[in-house]
Design a protein around this ligand. Structure first.
Ligand code: NAP
Length: 286
């Protein structure tokens, strides 16, 4: 029960009403028997600074950050952990007792958790990333940290792909290609892991997917789509038809939330409870 002693956590974003985080985090809080509550707060884009100051002045102990603030909030942090610094985005803030704001990015750890859970080793492997947006940055840094040998990024806009490559040029062998480039086709052929990071195929646009020539793809490769609605995108369905094993975005969503929970509370949450809550809610929303 919420009382005067209850510690408050939240997610800030705009819009925020659709966020699944309050349901998932409160389920984890109840399961752990902790005296916390997690709420969603809509913050006007121009009011980020004053909102963060107000939250801290009111004694909040931590919060998540989502669209459109993941990059803008960097300037308000006193300390950044390595993942947040490298991908230049924060999704989790811990407010230390002395008011210090520490920015983390748990998407990297969430992204990797789905692979680790399946014992998929990246050291020395070839990876193809589809897309070069925010989620691609987290995935790229994640695969580089795990020792991927070569990363090829397929994009519709090669300039954006090149900028992403430049940011991580010192960390590995990374190149960007237009989806239609013949060399990209060769990279697809050699890939051990193909990661779909665009919103193509996300509900309600479930017929969309990036242009992939499955005939060149190694059926022993793994296809990982960061989308979790629907659970199996067209990209994953077609990958499965071609013999690939598939991973969807559910574990990433849960694991990034679980890591944030741990950073705030020092307690490892029950991820089964979080996953069950997510699935129930997605079923309810249809
Ligand atoms: P974003 O920053 O907007 O990036 C989207 C990327 O996809 C950009 O590179 C964009 O290309 C590309 N793209 C979009 N539409 C395209 C199209 N029709 N054809 C080719 N490329 C297209 O978005 P994001 O934040 O990275 O999110 C991407 C997806 O990841 C979303 O579906 C999101 O739900 C999912 N995600 C999942 C999790 C999780 O926990 N499972 C976490 C984060 C994100 P341009 O650069 O040319 O615009």
């Amino acid at each position: 029960m919420v009382s005067g002693r209850t510690k408050v956590l939240c997610v800030i974003g705009s819009p925020i009403a659709h966020s699944l985080s309050p349901l998932i985090q409160n389920a984890a809080i109840r399961a752990a028997g902790l005296d916390y509550v997690y709420i969603a707060l809509p913050v006007r884009p121009q009011a980020l600074r004053s909102a963060v100051r107000g939250l801290c002045d009111a004694g909040i102990c931590g919060f998540n950050v989502t669209i459109p603030f993941k990059t803008a909030i960097l300037d308000l942090m006193d300390v950044l952990d390595e993942d947040a610094r490298r991908i230049r985005a924060v999704n989790t803030v811990v407010v230390e007792p002395d008011g210090t704001l520490v920015g983390y990015n748990t998407d990297v750890c969430g992204f990797l958790a789905a692979l680790i859970k399946r014992s998929i080793v990246l050291n020395g492997k070839q990876v193809v990333l589809l897309g070069a947006g925010g989620a691609a940055r987290a995935a790229l840094w994640g695969v580089l940290k795990q020792g991927a040998k070569k990363v090829s990024i397929g994009v519709r806009n090669p300039m954006k792909g090149m900028l992403l490559c430049e940011d991580f040029a010192a960390d590995g062998d990374i190149q960007a290609f237009h989806f239609s480039d013949a060399v990209f086709s060769e990279r697809l052929h050699a890939a051990d892991l193909i990661i779909q990071t665009t919103p193509m195929g996300m509900a309600p646009h479930i017929q969309e997917m990036p242009p992939i020539d499955w005939s060149v793809v190694n059926p022993k490769a793994v296809a990982y789509d960061l989308i979790y609605t629907p659970m199996k995108t067209r990209f994953l369905r077609e990958a499965e038809q071609h013999g690939l094993s598939v991973v969807n975005g559910e574990d990433m969503l849960i694991a990034q939330g679980a890591e944030a929970f741990y950073l705030w509370t020092g307690v490892r949450p029950d991820v089964e409870v979080m996953t069950h809550t997510l699935r129930e809610e997605l079923r309810r929303r249809g």
